[in-house]
Design a binder for this molecule. Structure first.
Ligand code: PGA
Length: 251
């Protein structure tokens, strides 16, 4: 059975006090018996503190929104995968469209990041997704295939089993416009097929593929009901405990 995952990408929001309050509310709102894996992605500086809050709660952990593509050294202002692991982080988001767009991240760098994430026993959540012009010109399969081939096809079968993928159409991120369940399912099954062709059916059936892009309490249920959608990577709607908890309960 594939893992059901709901991930909250907080982006550059919250103070430490607000972050602690939000995590505490989420912890108290989650039932111990629920089988959904929850991962919260605060800004780097809160990871250690929040990881100590979630430590005793089953099924909730803290991750990082990014890491640097090199192991360590004179890279002022950057954060290594090793440092994230040392403060209790469990997952790292890689290749989010905002990072591809504003920080010009290359496929070569994204590959290096994932390599280091695996090396530090962390789980990557690798994001892919087409831009609006690629959707409109019917080039969306091609765009996503390229993001997959050039980054994750370099890993081994054993590594791929530990990778989580997220389909986030760029036109749906932070816009309030969500992919329809049909559009999401179409792309998720395309991604799973690409993984199956490269790594075999066993790996493809095991890998969780999350949907991201204006996913909220109102649309999560129909998105999560799609056969190949294994959860969500939630931005805006993860900043309020009530909304995030209803998304978790949408399975
Ligand atoms: P959104 O962001 O839910 O605010 O659209 C999703 C994401 O960027 O991961």
């Amino acid at each position: 059975m594939r893992k059901k995952i709901v991930a909250g990408n907080w982006k550059m929001n919250k103070t430490l006090q607000e972050a602690e309050a939000l995590v505490k509310e989420i912890i108290s709102g989650c039932a111990d018996e629920d089988t959904v894996t929850k991962v919260l992605f605060p800004p780097f500086v809160f990871i250690q503190d929040l990881a100590s809050l979630t430590k005793e709660k089953k099924g909730i952990s803290i991750g990082a929104q990014n890491c640097y593509h090199l192991e360590s050294g004179a890279y002022t202002g950057e954060v290594s995968a090793n440092a994230i692991a040392s403060v209790g982080g469990t997952h790292v988001i890689v290749g989010h469209s905002e990072r591809r767009m504003y920080f010009n991240e290359s496929h070569e760098e994204l590959r290096q990041k994932i390599e280091l994430i695996f090396k530090n026993n962390l789980t990557p959540i690798y994001c892919v997704g087409e831009k609006l012009n690629e959707r409109k010109s019917n080039n969306y399969f091609h765009a996503v295939k390229k993001q997959i081939e050039e980054v994750i096809f370099h890993f081994s079968e054993a590594q791929m089993k530990k990778c989580v993928l997220a389909y986030e159409p760029v036109w749906a991120i932070g816009t309030g416009e969500t992919a329809t369940p049909e559009q999401a399912q179409e792309m998720h099954s395309f991604i799973r097929l690409a993984v199956a062709e490269k790594f075999g059916q066993a790996v493809a059936s095991e890998i969780s593929i999350l949907y991201g892009g204006s996913c909220n309490a109102g649309n999560a249920k129909e998105l999560f009901a799609c056969a190949d959608v294994d959860g969500g990577l939630i931005g805006g709607a993860s900043l309020k405990a009530g909304e995030f908890l209803s998304i978790i309960k949408s399975f």
